[in-house]
Design a protein around this ligand. Structure first.
Ligand SMILES: CC(C)(COP(=O)(O)OP(=O)(O)OC[C@H]1O[C@@H](n2cnc3c(N)ncnc32)[C@H](O)[C@@H]1OP(=O)(O)O)[C@@H](O)C(=O)NCCC(=O)NCCS
Length: 191
């Protein structure tokens, strides 16, 4: 028996798998074949298109459409009114339904309010996309990017704090005390 909760105005199409503890709010539409993990929060006026896969504890804020071709790992945050795309050269008169491009949002990544993700890119784990950014390239793990087109302005921890690396390339998150290593253009957590 399903143990997710959906508001009476939400529409859940057949053939979806929705994990325990997930909540779906007013006027949201979950389309056929979606797989939504446990303990997710799907806000108001959200569309999850066919075959979309969301991990556990994904938070989708109000007014987001997650199109076919998008996948999100666990603990992803999709800010209010952020925008995905799945066709890079749309034409109303030309069907491109067999050519949807893939976009993957890695575990723990956050997308700011009103940001746009041009399709065919990967947003690395724990990356932070600023409000209103337009992402046109792959984003590395732990990167902080802003602007249109988005540019990296720093690195962030898994708790979402800016990382300040010392001369040895080591930074400590002020909230979790977890340590990170910057080698070349790659950040990884080392404790
Ligand atoms: C990107 C973000 C995380 C940066 O926060 P921060 O580390 O505190 O950054 P600062 O405020 O110190 O800003 C650093 C610089 O980036 C610029 N900047 C910050 N956010 C920006 C954004 N979204 N777009 C463009 N530039 C931005 C600032 O103007 C500043 O520029 P300057 O150095 O020329 O003065 C934050 O601004 C942001 O956009 N958060 C997303 C909020 C959101 O959408 N939440 C959704 C849930 S409600």
């Amino acid at each position: 028996m399903a143990t997710y909760q959906a508001h009476e105005t939400a529409v859940i199409d057949p053939g979806c798998t929705i994990g325990d503890g997930t909540r779906i709010w007013h006027f949201s539409h979950i389309m056929p074949g979606c797989i939504i993990g446990r303990n997710c929060n799907i806000g108001q006026n959200v569309v999850i298109s066919p075959q979309v896969v969301l991990g556990d504890n994904v938070k989708v804020q109000n007014n987001v459409s997650v199109y076919t071709g998008v996948t999100c790992g666990d603990d992803v945050f999709l800010g209010p009114s952020c925008v995905f795309t799945n066709v890079v050269n749309p034409r109303s008169a030309v069907s491109r339904k067999s050519q949807y491009q893939k976009t993957h949002v890695g575990r723990g990544a956050s997308i700011g309010a009103n940001a746009t993700i041009v399709c065919g890119h990967t947003i690395g784990e724990y990356a932070m996309i600023g409000a209103g950014a337009v992402v046109t390239k792959d984003i590395p793990p732990y990167a902080l990017v802003v602007g249109n087109p988005s540019r990296r302005i720093g690195w962030v921890s898994e708790y979402g704090h800016r990382l300040s690396f010392n001369e040895k390339g080591i930074a400590t998150c002020p909230e979790s005390n977890q340590r990170y290593l910057l080698e070349g253009d790659v950040v990884r957590r080392i404790s």
